[in-house]
Design a protein around this ligand. Sequence first.
Ligand SMILES: Cc1cc2nc3c(=O)[nH]c(=O)nc-3n(C[C@H](O)[C@H](O)[C@H](O)COP(=O)(O)OP(=O)(O)OC[C@H]3O[C@@H](n4cnc5c(N)ncnc54)[C@H](O)[C@@H]3O)c2cc1C
Length: 360
Amino acid sequence: MDVAVIGAGQAGLAVAYHLRDLGPRVALVDAGPRAGGAWQHRWPSLTLGRTHSLADLPGMRAAGLSFSDADPRVPARDTVPELMSRYEEAYGLHVARPVRIVRVTRESGRFVIEAAPGGPVPRLEARAVVNATGTWTAPRVPELPGRDTFAGRQITTAGYPGAHAFAGLRVAVVGGGLSALGFMDELAPVASALRWYTRRPPVIRDDASSELGFARGRAAVEAQDAAALAGQLLPSIVSVTGIPLTPPVRRLKARGLLDSHPMPVRMVPDGLVETDGSVWAADAIIWATGFDHALDHLEPLGIRGADGGVRVDQGRVVGQPGLILAGYAGQASTVSAARAARTSARHVREHLSGAADWPA
Ligand SMILES: Cc1cc2nc3c(=O)[nH]c(=O)nc-3n(C[C@H](O)[C@H](O)[C@H](O)COP(=O)(O)OP(=O)(O)OC[C@H]3O[C@@H](n4cnc5c(N)ncnc54)[C@H](O)[C@@H]3O)c2cc1C
């Protein structure tokens, strides 16, 4: 192969779209059972109407498809995979599934890409790799003493089954982002008690004009890209944008549930020990504490620096000719991933032609 694209969510498909003239020289593989990237795994109550909005993939309109035409009341886990499947078909983007890549190494200038056993493609060799594996499989949970002793239920955002599973329970929601607030909004009518914990006091923006929201979103993308270029760990988006006063946030405010508590200091079998030493009794804890990029399979390439970050310049991994991270850092939203895909495809072509001036 000339190119292996690992991951066929929005980021991977967008780059594959711009490389489709290379035809069968591009291999596109994905660990999931069907089209849709992480969206096929989102919780059932997350409709498109409750998301920020999804940017269309390149060429989507021309194929008569658009996320903005989809019914906002239907679960995103149904609509998005359906539209992405039709997109793959419209542009002949053949995705080998389920193929979970477990290890990428380099031998004599080529990447050797090994998959978990049992899938249709055991191994690939390619001159360039576009890694677009998203974050969904790498939820982050803070290390809190005693976490394993907690007798109740603990889940992360990726395992949220819907509010019905928490009816009548005392639930702690941890995390300062929009997912945490979305869960709180759903849980408020059914949980017997609800408590919100955040690492730092949340900044609620009630001045959310679209220009300000756009400017803050751009600042967040720039902060992420600057950290990536410096090889640092990525800052959280919400630490830059703050929380906009959306309808769910307004509802929480009206219920008096927007006062967050500082992170607990440790956990005990029946709850969370707070900073003043008191215990908040909990039946369940939802860790909505963000995600890392899922890059474990790239570890053999030694791409991480001393502090754990990866140096990335416009998607190109510095010092790793031919290795692109799509959907990474500032490209992690659908708008920016779609925009960056053309540039990533150009970098791939330049690398294949030997004309690339890869950052070292
Ligand atoms: C709850 C939630 C809501 C969001 N809402 C929005 C929104 O409204 N608007 C927006 O723009 N963004 C939103 N985002 C950001 C979101 O991450 C992007 O929209 C988009 O899903 C990212 O696309 P991606 O292709 O980078 O990753 P993904 O959609 O996660 O796709 C990655 C693909 O890689 C595959 N994969 C992973 N590991 C491997 C492996 N080892 N081998 C092979 N394949 C692998 C996975 O199966 C998956 O198909 C949201 C994120 C979350 C968590």
